[in-house]
Write a protein that binds this ligand. Structure first.
Ligand code: SF4
Length: 388
């Protein structure tokens, strides 16, 4: 639901009236369900565009959400007195009472309502740390929480929680809470993403009943189910396992291949090999599923640059990728502290600067285009953009 006000300001809400995005003064604002609001704009003067992002502080957030609610109130009055035009972007019944209800909900979504919404969200989910870029609007169902490995040096997504498989009773309660929380806002969500880092590691006997339960609760979203899998447990599954998952609505599996260089994988403490990644992709594709393969740029600094790029392009070329498959290249910004920084310091590896990482992203994107099959989509993956 979007309110246009000339070209100056645009506010968008979901069908439950929850403030979603705003565009004003050449800045884009996006509210996450955990209540944070990111402000974004891009500086295109350098060799590689620099994206500026910041999270609004509490006062700025409240002011923005209140402005959005005020804009919805103006719209509501205009709709009721007939001075605003109602446009449906998708075919919808020309139902003014439904539009009235949605805009009235948006008009009531002020800072106080947003805070109550945030609290309800946090009762439903553990933090949703990351999704693939084409899944940012998926409906997340956390059949598991966290990552069972949690020790890759470069990754801090799930360090704040232990790995847990939700018992069926907990999953039932989780699904009921999801439906109650989103309400009409479910219409904004596209497909289901099974959380968190590697939900598909569950054996078929545990995964099947959970997927059936998700399908019973969310039939309109389970035509397009996706999830991450880690290579080091995924390669123990066979095509028959993946075929059974496809029969239950799974359409795409995403995996962090990171690099095709086994030495760099060891440096990253990721317990997989390039050969296992290629074998897993072929097995997933043999079952008729699409894959999303994620490689990183900038890891290992200059010391690993050449072997990382060459081995990554080599393994991508051995995956038989084609129509429906995705390759993402994710730029890595080395942190100043933590396991990656400590290991890099110990091995004398200096971090790459912004332009150098950008150069490697471009080299991998260009190289990937030359080695994957026709129809494979290749794109950068900026994890800093992610908000649920
Ligand atoms: S397996 Fe994936 S989610 Fe888990 S620590 Fe490694 S990169 Fe992070």
């Amino acid at each position: 639901m979007t309110r246009f006000d000339g070209a100056e300001e645009t506010y968008a809400f979901d069908h439950a009236g929850r403030f979603f995005t705003a565009w004003r003064e050449n800045r884009l604002y996006r509210r996450a369900l955990d209540g944070r609001v990111m402000e974004k704009h891009t500086d295109r003067r350098g060799r590689h565009p620099v994206k500026h992002r910041r999270f609004l502080d509490a006062g700025e957030r409240s002011a923005l959400v209140n402005d959005a609610a005020a804009a919805a109130r103006v719209t509501l009055r205009a709709l009721r007195d007939g001075t605003a035009e109602l446009l449906w972007a998708r075919p919808e019944p020309s139902d003014r009472s439904r539009a009235d209800r949605m805009v009235a909900a948006a008009a009531g979504f002020d800072a106080e309502a947003a805070e109550a919404d945030r609290q309800q969200f946090e009762a439903v989910y553990t933090p949703v740390s990351i999704l693939p870029p084409d899944r940012y609007l998926a409906l997340v169902v956390q059949i598991t929480e966290g990552c069972h490995w949690n020790r890759c040096t470069f990754c801090s997504f799930y360090r704040d929680r232990p790995f847990r498989v939700k018992p069926v009773a907990d999953l039932t309660a989780h699904l009921e809470a999801i439906m109650a929380f989103f309400g009409e806002g479910l219409t904004l969500r596209r497909g289901v993403f099974l959380g968190d880092a590697n939900a598909l590691l569950l054996p078929a006997a545990d995964l099947g009943p959970r997927l059936d339960l998700v399908t019973r609760c969310l039939p309109e979203h389970t035509q397009d189910v996706s999830a991450f899998i880690d290579v080091f447990t995924g390669h123990h599954k066979g095509a028959a396992d993946f075929e059974a998952l496809r029969a239950r609505g799974l359409r795409r599996i995403y995996m962090g291949v990171e690099t095709g260089d086994d030495g760099l994988l060891a440096f990253l403490n990721k317990p997989q090999t390039a050969a296992e990644a290629a074998e897993l992709v072929r097995s997933v594709k043999a079952a008729g599923l699409a894959v999303g393969v994620i490689a990183m740029a900038g890891i290992g600094g200059r010391a690993y640059w050449r072997r990382h790029v060459e081995a990554t392009l080599d393994v991508l070329g051995r995956m038989a990728l084609g129509t429906g498959d995705l390759v993402y290249v994710s730029a890595f910004t080395a942190p100043a502290n933590g396991p990656y920084a400590e290991r890099a310091r110990a091995e004398g590896i200096a971090p790459l600067d912004h332009d150098a990482v950008g150069d490697q992203v471009e080299e991998l994107l260009r190289g990937a285009a030359a080695v994957v099959g026709l129809g494979t989509r290749i794109a950068p993956y900026d994890i800093e953009e992610f908000l649920y």
